[in-house]
Write a protein that binds this ligand. Sequence first.
Ligand SMILES: [Mg+2]
Length: 255
Amino acid sequence: MTYLLTDTGLAALSAFVDPDTLFAFDLDGTLAPIAADPTEIRVAPAVAAALAALRERAAVAIITGRSRQDAQRHLGMTPQYLVGNHGAEGLPGWERYAEEFRRQGGDWAGQLMRALPAGQHPGIVVENKGMSVSVHYRAARQRPEARSLVLKAIGQLVPPPRVVGGKYVENLLPEEAPDKGTALLELMNRAGCAKGLFVGDDMTDEDVFRLDWEQLFTVRVGAGRNSRARYFLRDQEEILALLRLINEALTHINH
Ligand SMILES: [Mg+2]
């Protein structure tokens, strides 16, 4: 991984971006800092403004683990594409599966609430996001024990979900649901974009990073030893610098 905000990284960025690039971003930990209470995340007004400016110049997509409705509340701008539930919700072309994914999510959430009754396991929260389920244990006092309990309960689910770990959270997705990598490629196709730039920070974003395509420019927020992203930013605050650099590069191309 190369640090993006270096001469080498910036030269690669400006050589890559053009108005036919799809600019796609994760939300939590990427456009907004992680908050102890996930309902409290906030996209900084300057970031929302830079995204809105980018949207005027090129196609912008947000691909998030949140539900679309929840994500839209926090964004402060409206992107051309908004895909929720780690790729499973709102992807053009996948509408006919929506009901099945939703039914599956609800069913797993019910099984988990019976296996991990609220009140008996403080700090473990089962969140039904519609087409995926997230089991959070960030607030648990003993996180390793909480994680074991959560994984044990997940191991008993019928049918078994696809499980993608995150920062103090396990995400459950229908086996057939599109992941973020599939979502990005589908959106590029829809938008008529030959290239895609994607920024993310978490395990589910690796589904994009591992595509490892010439036509993809991948950036991880935070250097990760096991990440397949090509570039990294040191922390979430640097997203604003990246957005401004992209806008600047596109302005030079357009004029
Ligand atoms: Mg994230």
